[in-house]
Design a protein around this ligand. Sequence first.
Ligand code: NDP
Length: 324
Amino acid sequence: MEYRRLGPAGLKVSLLSFGSWVTFGPQLKGDLVLDCLAAARDAGVNFFDNAEAYAGGESERIMGQAFAEMGWPRHSYVVSTKLFWGLEEGVVNMKNTLNRKYLMHAIDGSLERFGLDFVDLLFCHRPDPETPIEETVWAMSDIVSSGKALYWGTSEWSADEIRAAWDVAERHHLHKPVMEQPQYNMLARRKVEREYARLYDDIGLGLTTWSPLASGLLSGKYIDGIPEGSRGALPGYEWLRKSLTNPESTSAMKDLKAVADGLDCTMSQLALAWCARNPRVSTVITGASRVEQVRENMEALDVLALLSDDVVARIDEITKPLAH
Ligand code: NDP
């Protein structure tokens, strides 16, 4: 495993990490959770991603319980959570917000569910146009000062919003945001490759990127339709189905399969290695609904050396017309 610095921070995270969206709760419970976490850790993963909103808080509970059962020393892993959507229905100030009141309550709720004294990384899960950025920055910085989180960052914020937050922190000598969590894969490139381009050198922004397989599409599993038990077949994920099965993507996936076959690797490994190849990416957060997927995905870094300029140009030719 390779470890990269999280942007300007001294903290190092494994280039491949492991997250729990969709999977923890609906697809993974009990021993399966332990097996997946252990397989990731055996491969060198030290960063595990989570969020308050995943499975309505259940995902934090499941992960925290698994950490405790496996007895991993707290200093040996990095864990995150993300706040924004809130869990309290019908309570003013507690949903879709980054106001100070919500953030102060929400971090305590997350820590309680995890059974931890602090998370390593705390993200603002989305921007909140209704709360002044200055209020959010003060609250996040105060949470870091309180020891309930070690570093803070953003997820799916615009470059302007990240820059504004950083400026507030700089002006007031507060803890600065050090990382952003954007979607990044062969089909979702704009933010990472263009919008954030100036931020890497200007403020040293680090990236923990999500959905490296575009929810499984880039594994090639949807080429012949929607397999039973896959994310595309789950109730509640109807909104994803169209993008997983549209004829243009299916044709592109067949071409990508030929590239992967030529390199003697799987499509998932090719897609993960492609993300890891970008030096701006601190860690590629992988997801899996079974332990075999974790094992396959964790071998993706072996493919890095095979990504010649010609291979990358062919991938661009196939995917760029579909990419956003
Ligand atoms: P991917 O795009 O990699 O999708 C993962 C899913 O693809 C798996 O659950 C599995 O689904 C399928 N899959 C994975 N590996 C294989 C394989 N080798 N062969 C076949 N199918 C495979 O990542 P996620 O969308 O899960 O995102 C990763 C993490 O990023 C999340 O867990 C979360 O921590 C974070 N995230 C953050 C967001 C944010 O807003 N900040 C948003 C979304 C994710 P199945 O078996 O069910 O088909």
